[in-house]
Design a protein around this ligand. Structure first.
Ligand code: SF4
Length: 352
């Protein structure tokens, strides 16, 4: 866990960029030419002010950067401590073409101040920027010019997303799935959501896509499809869709143990299931790792049933074309292969 203490999760920026897994410019690229300017190393050297831990955690992965903002003539500055991590460095960094750490912190700070989800916010801003260029939306919708790499327009748009001044912001502020499903202009083809939730900052391969659509909250943390892609990459040539589907379910079952016990997912390799069982034994709760997994399968089954009752259907969330146009570490991802993973997933979850 040293890497998360030293640089925090933005430690991942450069390695992901090197293998074509860092989404940039609304995923028109998976390799960002300014990655070194917004890397974990750049943040640590330029703006890192302190490291913070959640209560009782020895890891301390929360990194807080110092943001100095001029608010008036006469050298009038205000100072804010802004926490940053990989997902935000992607969504309000490479996704919208930011080229330095202060600009990324500035956008994160604005997003936090108005109370928006920073991943969704940045992914929506990247979409809006491309949609303006394509002519699918107009400046009469956005009310401000949006260009990759320019903070002023994005700062204004963030405020509009939080307090919508028109129907456009009201609709798009409810997410890209909500916005594009009502459009016949083809904008779904470059709307970066997975199962209705804006994508996180990993473009690792087919398991990340399938895992995002199927995950119980559509979070990259539900089953860590990106990590499955990473582990399977060396065997990419022999990869079977069924194996990927099995691993997605297996990982989501294990992660349900952690989320049910409110254990931080970053710390899951420190607190493996044997360690969790020893900790529970100290409370006179005696379980084996297999018993924990069995309980977790039941929990996941209940969650999936509830989601289905609430109207969720996989087929209502087709993957955007953009995911298949931009090279990933696997090269171009094949839609047929991803569809096959989803088909196996649908069969396998009937038996959990
Ligand atoms: S509990 Fe998790 S999120 Fe909090 S400091 Fe520790 S590793 Fe980071």
């Amino acid at each position: 866990m040293a890497k998360y203490h030293e640089l925090g999760t933005p430690k991942n920026v450069l390695p992901l960029n090197k293998i074509n897994a860092l989404p940039s410019y609304n995923l028109k690229q998976s390799n960002y030419e300014y990655a070194d300017k917004i890397s974990g190393e750049a943040f640590a050297e330029e703006v890192l002010a302190r490291k913070v831990s959640c209560s009782g955690c020895p890891i301390g992965c929360v990194h807080v950067g110092g943001l100095r903002k001029l608010f008036d003539a006469g050298y009038e500055y205000e100072y804010a401590g802004v926490s940053y991590d990989h997902e935000l460095v992607f969504s309000l960094g490479s996704q919208v073409g930011m080229k330095n750490t202060s600009d990324v912190l500035n956008l994160i700070n604005e997003t936090e101040e108005v109370g928006l989800d920073a991943i969704s916010c940045g992914v929506i801003l990247g979409f809006m920027t491309e949609a303006l260029v394509r002519g699918d939306i107009k400046i009469t919708d956005t009310l401000v010019e949006l260009n990759f790499g320019e903070t002023a327009g994005y700062l204004a748009a963030i405020r509009h997303l939080a307090s919508p001044p028109n129907d456009f912001y009201r609709e798009i502020g409810r997410g890209l799935y909500n916005y594009t499903r009502k459009k016949a202009d083809g904008s779904h083809d470059y709307a970066l959501h997975l199962g209705g939730l804006e994508m996180a900052g990993y473009f690792m391969g087919p398991a990340h896509l399938a895992g995002g659509v199927t995950g119980i909250r559509h979070s990259h943390l539900d089953n860590a499809g990106y990590s499955i892609d990473q582990k399977l990459l060396k065997d990419a040539a022999q990869l079977s869709a069924k194996t990927v589907a099995e691993k997605i379910i297996e990982e989501e079952v294990i992660r349900s143990v952690y989320t049910s016990l409110v254990i931080c997912l970053f710390a899951r390799e420190v607190y493996d299931l044997e360690t969790v069982c020893r900790a529970l034994a100290a409370l006179d709760i005696h379980k084996t790792p297999d018993e924990l997994k069995a309980a977790s399968s039941k929990i996941l089954k209940v969650k999936l049933e509830l989601r289905e009752k609430m109207g969720f259907k996989l087929e209502n969330f087709p993957l955007s074309e953009r995911y298949f146009e931009t090279p990933s570490p696997y090269g171009l991802i094949k839609r047929e292969f991803t569809d096959e993973i989803l088909k196996h997933y649908g069969e396998l979850i009937k038996n959990i």
